[in-house]
Write a protein that binds this ligand. Structure first.
Ligand SMILES: *Cc1c(COP(=O)(O)O)cnc(C)c1O
Length: 234
Protein backbone atom coordinates (compact mmCIF):
# COMPACT_ATOMS: atom_id res chain seq x y z
CA UNK A 1 0.00 0.00 0.00
CA UNK A 2 1.37 3.42 -0.94
CA UNK A 3 2.36 5.58 2.00
CA UNK A 4 0.71 8.96 1.53
CA UNK A 5 1.58 12.13 3.37
CA UNK A 6 1.46 11.67 7.12
CA UNK A 7 -0.61 13.82 9.47
CA UNK A 8 2.05 15.27 11.74
CA UNK A 9 -0.50 17.37 13.59
CA UNK A 10 -4.25 17.08 14.07
CA UNK A 11 -6.68 19.56 15.57
CA UNK A 12 -8.74 17.76 18.25
CA UNK A 13 -11.67 20.17 17.87
CA UNK A 14 -11.84 19.50 14.18
CA UNK A 15 -11.59 15.74 14.60
CA UNK A 16 -14.34 15.87 17.23
CA UNK A 17 -16.60 17.89 14.92
CA UNK A 18 -15.96 15.43 12.09
CA UNK A 19 -16.70 12.52 14.42
CA UNK A 20 -19.95 14.10 15.57
CA UNK A 21 -21.05 14.62 11.98
CA UNK A 22 -20.13 11.07 10.97
CA UNK A 23 -21.92 9.64 14.01
CA UNK A 24 -25.06 11.54 13.05
CA UNK A 25 -24.87 10.28 9.48
CA UNK A 26 -24.41 6.73 10.69
CA UNK A 27 -27.30 7.07 13.13
CA UNK A 28 -29.55 8.33 10.31
CA UNK A 29 -28.43 5.44 8.08
CA UNK A 30 -29.26 2.99 10.87
CA UNK A 31 -32.71 4.49 11.32
CA UNK A 32 -33.36 4.11 7.57
CA UNK A 33 -32.24 0.48 7.77
CA UNK A 34 -34.16 -0.30 10.98
CA UNK A 35 -30.97 -0.84 12.95
CA UNK A 36 -29.80 0.33 16.36
CA UNK A 37 -27.02 2.93 15.84
CA UNK A 38 -25.27 1.41 18.87
CA UNK A 39 -24.49 -1.60 16.70
CA UNK A 40 -21.94 0.37 14.65
CA UNK A 41 -18.47 1.04 16.04
CA UNK A 42 -16.25 3.70 14.53
CA UNK A 43 -12.68 2.52 14.18
CA UNK A 44 -10.20 5.23 13.27
CA UNK A 45 -7.64 4.03 10.71
CA UNK A 46 -4.42 5.66 11.86
CA UNK A 47 -1.80 4.49 9.35
CA UNK A 48 -1.23 8.08 8.17
CA UNK A 49 -1.24 9.60 11.64
CA UNK A 50 2.19 10.32 13.12
CA UNK A 51 2.76 8.93 16.61
CA UNK A 52 2.76 12.40 18.19
CA UNK A 53 -0.52 13.34 16.48
CA UNK A 54 -2.33 10.38 18.06
CA UNK A 55 -2.71 12.45 21.25
CA UNK A 56 -5.15 14.73 19.42
CA UNK A 57 -7.31 11.72 18.62
CA UNK A 58 -7.52 10.73 22.28
CA UNK A 59 -8.42 14.33 23.10
CA UNK A 60 -11.14 14.26 20.44
CA UNK A 61 -12.73 11.25 22.10
CA UNK A 62 -11.48 8.53 19.77
CA UNK A 63 -11.25 5.21 21.60
CA UNK A 64 -10.83 2.55 18.89
CA UNK A 65 -7.98 2.70 16.39
CA UNK A 66 -6.71 0.36 13.68
CA UNK A 67 -3.13 0.02 12.49
CA UNK A 68 -1.86 -1.61 9.30
CA UNK A 69 1.76 -2.31 10.17
CA UNK A 70 3.20 -4.23 13.11
CA UNK A 71 6.03 -1.75 13.57
CA UNK A 72 3.69 1.27 13.70
CA UNK A 73 1.38 -0.55 16.10
CA UNK A 74 4.24 -1.33 18.43
CA UNK A 75 5.59 2.19 18.35
CA UNK A 76 2.22 3.83 19.00
CA UNK A 77 1.14 1.29 21.59
CA UNK A 78 4.35 1.93 23.51
CA UNK A 79 3.41 5.63 23.64
CA UNK A 80 -0.32 5.43 24.28
CA UNK A 81 -1.06 1.98 25.71
CA UNK A 82 -4.54 1.82 27.22
CA UNK A 83 -5.60 5.24 25.97
CA UNK A 84 -6.88 3.40 22.90
CA UNK A 85 -8.28 0.01 22.05
CA UNK A 86 -6.09 -1.33 19.23
CA UNK A 87 -7.19 -3.45 16.28
CA UNK A 88 -5.02 -4.68 13.43
CA UNK A 89 -6.44 -4.00 9.98
CA UNK A 90 -3.49 -4.54 7.58
CA UNK A 91 -2.02 -7.62 5.96
CA UNK A 92 -0.58 -9.68 8.82
CA UNK A 93 2.39 -11.89 8.04
CA UNK A 94 2.82 -14.85 10.34
CA UNK A 95 6.24 -13.64 11.49
CA UNK A 96 4.60 -10.47 12.87
CA UNK A 97 1.92 -12.25 14.91
CA UNK A 98 4.12 -12.34 17.99
CA UNK A 99 4.37 -8.53 18.04
CA UNK A 100 0.76 -7.83 17.20
CA UNK A 101 -1.26 -10.35 19.17
CA UNK A 102 -0.54 -9.21 22.74
CA UNK A 103 -1.74 -5.64 22.15
CA UNK A 104 -4.78 -5.99 19.91
CA UNK A 105 -8.43 -6.60 20.63
CA UNK A 106 -8.98 -8.13 17.19
CA UNK A 107 -7.24 -8.83 13.88
CA UNK A 108 -9.58 -7.81 11.04
CA UNK A 109 -7.56 -9.06 8.18
CA UNK A 110 -6.99 -12.81 8.31
CA UNK A 111 -6.20 -14.04 4.82
CA UNK A 112 -3.75 -16.92 5.23
CA UNK A 113 -3.68 -20.25 7.05
CA UNK A 114 -0.07 -19.74 8.10
CA UNK A 115 -1.16 -16.66 10.07
CA UNK A 116 -4.06 -18.62 11.60
CA UNK A 117 -1.62 -21.35 12.67
CA UNK A 118 0.76 -18.84 14.18
CA UNK A 119 -2.02 -17.07 16.12
CA UNK A 120 -3.13 -20.45 17.46
CA UNK A 121 0.42 -21.17 18.55
CA UNK A 122 0.94 -17.81 20.26
CA UNK A 123 -2.48 -17.09 21.77
CA UNK A 124 -2.80 -17.46 25.53
CA UNK A 125 -6.57 -17.26 25.26
CA UNK A 126 -8.95 -17.49 22.28
CA UNK A 127 -8.09 -14.69 19.85
CA UNK A 128 -10.87 -12.81 18.07
CA UNK A 129 -10.31 -12.45 14.34
CA UNK A 130 -12.24 -11.58 11.22
CA UNK A 131 -11.85 -13.30 7.89
CA UNK A 132 -10.86 -10.91 5.12
CA UNK A 133 -12.92 -11.66 2.05
CA UNK A 134 -12.18 -10.38 -1.43
CA UNK A 135 -15.87 -10.30 -2.09
CA UNK A 136 -15.55 -8.34 -5.33
CA UNK A 137 -12.96 -10.85 -6.62
CA UNK A 138 -10.61 -8.03 -7.53
CA UNK A 139 -7.24 -9.06 -8.94
CA UNK A 140 -4.20 -8.41 -6.79
CA UNK A 141 -6.20 -7.76 -3.64
CA UNK A 142 -5.78 -9.45 -0.28
CA UNK A 143 -8.62 -11.62 0.98
CA UNK A 144 -10.13 -15.02 0.38
CA UNK A 145 -12.42 -15.16 -2.63
CA UNK A 146 -15.95 -16.35 -1.80
CA UNK A 147 -15.64 -19.72 -3.56
CA UNK A 148 -12.62 -20.58 -1.38
CA UNK A 149 -14.02 -19.49 1.97
CA UNK A 150 -15.44 -22.92 2.88
CA UNK A 151 -12.16 -24.68 2.25
CA UNK A 152 -10.27 -22.00 4.17
CA UNK A 153 -12.54 -22.29 7.21
CA UNK A 154 -12.36 -26.07 7.19
CA UNK A 155 -8.60 -25.79 7.53
CA UNK A 156 -8.82 -22.95 10.04
CA UNK A 157 -11.12 -25.03 12.25
CA UNK A 158 -8.09 -27.16 13.14
CA UNK A 159 -6.82 -24.21 15.22
CA UNK A 160 -9.12 -23.94 18.24
CA UNK A 161 -7.67 -20.76 19.72
CA UNK A 162 -8.56 -18.72 16.65
CA UNK A 163 -12.09 -17.45 17.05
CA UNK A 164 -13.67 -16.18 13.84
CA UNK A 165 -16.27 -13.62 14.87
CA UNK A 166 -17.06 -12.07 11.50
CA UNK A 167 -15.97 -10.90 8.08
CA UNK A 168 -14.03 -7.91 6.80
CA UNK A 169 -13.70 -6.52 3.31
CA UNK A 170 -11.89 -3.67 1.65
CA UNK A 171 -14.31 -2.14 -0.86
CA UNK A 172 -13.18 -1.11 -4.32
CA UNK A 173 -12.47 2.59 -4.72
CA UNK A 174 -15.25 3.99 -6.86
CA UNK A 175 -16.55 7.48 -7.56
CA UNK A 176 -20.15 6.64 -6.63
CA UNK A 177 -20.43 4.87 -3.26
CA UNK A 178 -23.77 3.34 -4.34
CA UNK A 179 -21.69 1.08 -6.57
CA UNK A 180 -20.33 -0.75 -3.52
CA UNK A 181 -23.74 -1.49 -2.00
CA UNK A 182 -23.95 -4.93 -3.67
CA UNK A 183 -20.49 -5.75 -2.30
CA UNK A 184 -21.54 -4.94 1.26
CA UNK A 185 -24.83 -6.79 0.86
CA UNK A 186 -22.94 -9.82 -0.43
CA UNK A 187 -20.60 -9.77 2.58
CA UNK A 188 -23.61 -9.66 4.92
CA UNK A 189 -25.22 -12.55 3.03
CA UNK A 190 -22.04 -14.59 3.23
CA UNK A 191 -21.76 -13.93 6.98
CA UNK A 192 -25.26 -15.20 7.67
CA UNK A 193 -24.68 -18.25 5.50
CA UNK A 194 -21.46 -19.01 7.38
CA UNK A 195 -23.12 -18.44 10.75
CA UNK A 196 -25.60 -21.18 9.83
CA UNK A 197 -23.00 -23.57 8.46
CA UNK A 198 -20.59 -23.13 11.35
CA UNK A 199 -23.11 -22.54 14.12
CA UNK A 200 -21.48 -25.06 16.45
CA UNK A 201 -18.09 -23.40 16.12
CA UNK A 202 -18.35 -19.70 15.18
CA UNK A 203 -20.85 -16.88 14.83
CA UNK A 204 -20.00 -14.40 12.10
CA UNK A 205 -21.64 -11.41 13.81
CA UNK A 206 -19.09 -8.73 12.99
CA UNK A 207 -19.05 -7.01 9.62
CA UNK A 208 -16.02 -4.74 9.27
CA UNK A 209 -16.79 -2.84 6.10
CA UNK A 210 -17.00 0.78 5.00
CA UNK A 211 -14.32 3.46 4.72
CA UNK A 212 -14.46 7.24 4.36
CA UNK A 213 -15.99 6.87 0.90
CA UNK A 214 -18.86 4.58 1.72
CA UNK A 215 -19.53 4.34 5.47
CA UNK A 216 -23.14 5.51 5.12
CA UNK A 217 -23.92 2.73 2.65
CA UNK A 218 -22.00 0.26 4.83
CA UNK A 219 -24.09 1.20 7.87
CA UNK A 220 -27.29 0.76 5.87
CA UNK A 221 -26.06 -2.67 4.76
CA UNK A 222 -25.24 -3.98 8.23
CA UNK A 223 -21.68 -2.89 9.09
CA UNK A 224 -20.84 -3.37 12.77
CA UNK A 225 -17.44 -1.67 12.40
CA UNK A 226 -16.62 1.11 9.93
CA UNK A 227 -12.94 1.93 9.41
CA UNK A 228 -12.46 5.63 8.86
CA UNK A 229 -9.39 7.71 8.06
CA UNK A 230 -9.50 10.74 5.80
CA UNK A 231 -13.07 11.86 6.57
CA UNK A 232 -12.11 12.48 10.21
CA UNK A 233 -8.83 14.28 9.66
CA UNK A 234 -9.62 16.91 7.00
C1 LIG B 1 -6.65 3.22 5.51
C2 LIG B 1 -7.66 2.16 5.70
C3 LIG B 1 -9.00 2.48 5.89
C4 LIG B 1 -9.54 3.90 5.92
O1 LIG B 1 -9.46 4.50 4.68
P1 LIG B 1 -10.01 6.00 4.49
O2 LIG B 1 -10.30 6.06 3.04
O3 LIG B 1 -8.92 6.91 4.92
O4 LIG B 1 -11.22 6.14 5.33
C5 LIG B 1 -9.90 1.42 6.08
N1 LIG B 1 -9.51 0.15 6.05
C6 LIG B 1 -8.22 -0.20 5.86
C7 LIG B 1 -7.85 -1.64 5.83
C8 LIG B 1 -7.26 0.80 5.66
O5 LIG B 1 -5.99 0.44 5.45
Amino acid sequence: MARCATYERLDPGRVRANLDRVREEIAAACVRAGRDPEEVEILVATKYVAPAAMAALAEAGVSLVGENRAQDLREKHALYGDRFTWDFIGHLQSNKVRQVLPVVRMVHSINSISTVAEINRRARQPADVLLQVNIGKEAGKYGIIPSEVDRFLEEAARYPKVNFSGLMTMPPLVADPEAVRPIFAALRGLASELSRKWRDTWQFRQLSMGTSNDYVIAAEEGATIVRLGGVLFG
